[in-house]
Design a protein around this ligand. Structure first.
Ligand SMILES: O=P(O)(O)OC[C@H]1O[C@H](OP(=O)(O)OP(=O)(O)O)[C@H](O)[C@@H]1O
Ligand SMILES: O=c1cc[nH]c(=O)[nH]1
Length: 198
């Protein structure tokens, strides 16, 4: 049987678990939840965690601007966690990405960390350390597009696009237009993604 173009675009074991429309709906819902929990988006800062968390934070900031009228540029930033990871000695060197803090800073603000996938929780632990070096937020919350379980630390998300029960033998791959040309979330067998960045 010959391969179709769709077969060629993804490994054979890949399953699409979120479509572009579902990703957009999940982000819209999270934006509304953030508005509700911050009394209309007051004193709010969104910090995206590189790499795909930055794109998701930018999309959330646009949605928040549409809801609250507050310019996205006033609340949007990014938080690189590379040098705060606990696996620096074990994994290949990564190039640090920029940390950008919006003009009002983080002191006393409600900071929402934004990432694509929550798994062991180690990236978010590193993010909390990185944030500590920037100032003292009033509240820190976490928004993720996908929570796939298997936490190794006592960390949970406040805003979740989709809870995806997974096996440890699987990988969740979030693809976004900004970095991957299209929006979708895939689950693949780990063997299928060997050699990728996951
Ligand atoms: O909860 P954890 O076990 O820390 O896993 C979640 C992290 O893993 C992925 O990042 P990755 O390090 O693969 O880099 P990427 O963002 O560049 O894909 C994902 O983007 C999360 O940041
Ligand atoms: O499956 C996983 C685990 C960690 N990070 C990801 O992006 N996917």
């Amino acid at each position: 049987m010959s391969n179709t173009p769709a077969d060629a675009a993804q490994p054979s074991a890949a399953r699409e678990v979120l479509t572009a429309a579902e990703i957009d709906r999940a982000l819209t819902r999270i934006a509304h939840e953030i508005v509700e929990t911050t009394k209309g988006g007051q004193d709010l800062v969104l910090l995206g965690i590189p790499s795909r968390g930055v794109h998701l934070a930018a999309r959330l900031a646009e949605k928040l601007e549409a809801i609250t009228g507050r310019p996205a540029a006033e609340i949007l930033g990014s938080l690189d966690v590379t040098l705060y990871r606990d696996d620096l000695r074990h994994s290949a060197t990564r190039t640090p990405a920029p940390t950008l803090v919006p003009p009002a800073g983080v002191d006393a603000m409600t900071v929402v960390l934004v990432d694509d996938v929550l798994y062991s929780g180690r990236t978010i632990r590193a993010a909390l350390d990185a944030l500590n070096d920037l100032g003292r937020p009033g509240i820190v919350r976490l928004a993720v597009l996908v929570d796939r379980g298997h936490r190794e630390l006592p960390i949970r998300a406040d805003h979740v696009g989709k809870n995806l029960p997974t096996s440890k033998n699987e990988s969740v791959r979030v693809e976004l237009t900004e970095s991957d040309g299209a929006d979708r979330v895939l689950i693949t067998d780990r063997a299928e993604t060997k050699g990728s960045a996951l």
